[in-house]
Design a binder for this molecule. Structure first.
Ligand SMILES: [Mg+2]
Length: 415
């Protein structure tokens, strides 16, 4: 969808900067890059449960794509680039298409001519610009702008973002292994769980495959998954389990009670995060800790959950919740309530810089999606990958996201 009907020549506003001595934004561009890559093994062996599974037409078995040897596939990603009259740029991505296009279409005119280092001012202007800005795609687009501005600020001042934020505090940052896409057949699961424990991960998260529409057999398979994971990693490792908004209260209470003996560190998103009373009911009746937040936007939504004592862990994602600027405020709110913030891992760089700048008592770990992260980083130079279950943020100025031209066949700009 992106680029159709909204594309404009990218040099239209170049040179519009004011005469002030301050740096000015002169262009805001979505950079679409594409390239061909070798396909290595199945991207996904199993899918997670989905809210649409309550409808039979969507609740189908999953057939993993198994490529032929030597197969290659074409990929493309979008990155947001903010350019200034001093030649310093901010880069962030990959940004998902549906909200990426909001940036050039709705926000570009507000950004050009502004001081890119005045991030708080820009955040507030963008929020006040649209009466629906408080969540959804608009806030996700704001998040991309915010993260790109922090990258720009780091490059302008010659410091990695975590140092701009007051770090280092945590060196290194603990990552948990997020096992989305791996088979949940008990034998395969146990092998993968032990492999990743041996790699040094202190914790793992596994994803339920079944929901209320799958009846008692599906519920038993969910419980069997938890049992297999616990038996594989032993008593001391942390295990988390994710239901991706796909359950209801009675189902979540039932499964929660059945898995409580396996001591999950949390049960994630049993219902959507705006159903505060339902989350509180599950938390009170199931007897397991509840996590949510990857689909929350801003400090105000987080505070409502905390006020209601509905959750044990907040998982706001800087790619979506309002950017690095807002994740810091969310961390402050969480710390006031004594609830840990464990950022969701849509991408990695922004969350990692924030983590490195906060105490582990406030932000104890970040999520690392084992199968998905290599794809998110496919056009980048370098490889941000845990070693021994821990991560260190890049030391380059900014966020440390750099496109690798050797991996890019085609590039076009959308303004
Ligand atoms: Mg999740």
């Amino acid at each position: 969808m992106f680029g159709t009907g909204t594309a404009r020549p990218c040099k239209e506003n170049a040179g519009r900067a004011s005469n002030s001595a301050r740096m000015r934004i002169i262009e805001v561009v979505l950079v679409e890059v594409s390239g061909e890559f070798a396909v290595e093994g199945p991207f996904s062996e199993e899918r997670r449960v989905d809210p649409l599974d309550v409808y039979r037409e969507f609740n189908r078995s999953f057939s993993p794509y198994r490529p032929e040897p030597g197969a290659r596939a074409r990929h493309r990603d979008l990155f947001l680039e903010i350019r200034t009259d001093e030649g310093v740029t901010g880069l962030f991505g990959p940004v998902d298409g549906p909200h990426a296009t909001i940036v050039p279409r709705e926000m570009r005119g507000l950004l050009i001519g502004r001081d890119p280092l005045a991030i708080e001012a820009i955040w507030d202007v963008l929020l006040r610009r649209d009466r629906h800005a408080r969540g959804g795609y608009y806030m996700m687009a704001m998040s991309a702008v915010d993260c790109a501005l922090w990258d720009l600020k780091g490059k302008a001042l010659g410091l990695p973002v975590y140092r701009l934020l007051g770090g280092p505090v945590q060196e290194p940052v603990r990552a948990y292994a997020s096992m989305l896409g791996f088979s949940i057949e008990p034998e395969a699961l146990a092998r993968r769980a032990r492999e990743h424990q041996a790699l040094g991960y202190h914790a793992q998260k596994w994803f339920f495959r079944h929901g209320p529409a799958d009846g008692g057999e599906g519920a038993s398979r969910n419980v069997a998954m938890v049992r297999a994971a616990r038996e594989a990693v032993g008593d001391d490792a942390a295990l988390m389990f994710d239901a991706f908004n796909s359950w209801d209260v009675p189902y979540a209470v039932d499964i929660g009670r059945r898995i409580a003996g396996y001591r999950p560190a949390w049960l994630e998103e049993p219902v959507p995060c705006d159903r505060i009373e339902a989350l509180r009911a599950i938390r009170e009746r199931a007897g397991v800790p509840i996590a949510t937040g990857e689909h929350l936007y801003s400090r105000w939504q987080v505070r409502d959950l905390l006020d209601a004592e509905a959750v044990d862990v907040i998982q706001a994602d800087p790619d979506w919740c309002g950017g690095i600027t807002e994740l810091l405020k969310i961390a402050t709110v969480c710390s006031a309530y004594g609830v840990p913030l464990c950022p969701h891992g849509h991408s990695l760089h922004a969350a990692l810089h924030v983590a490195a700048a906060l105490p582990a008592t406030v932000l104890p770990q970040v999520e690392f999606l084992i199968l998905h992260q290599p794809h998110k980083q496919r056009f980048m130079r370098g490889d941000l990958q845990p070693e021994g279950g821990v991560l260190r943020p890049p030391e380059a100025p900014g966020l440390g996201i750099e496109l690798d031209e050797a991996k890019i066949d085609e590039r076009r700009e959308i303004c």
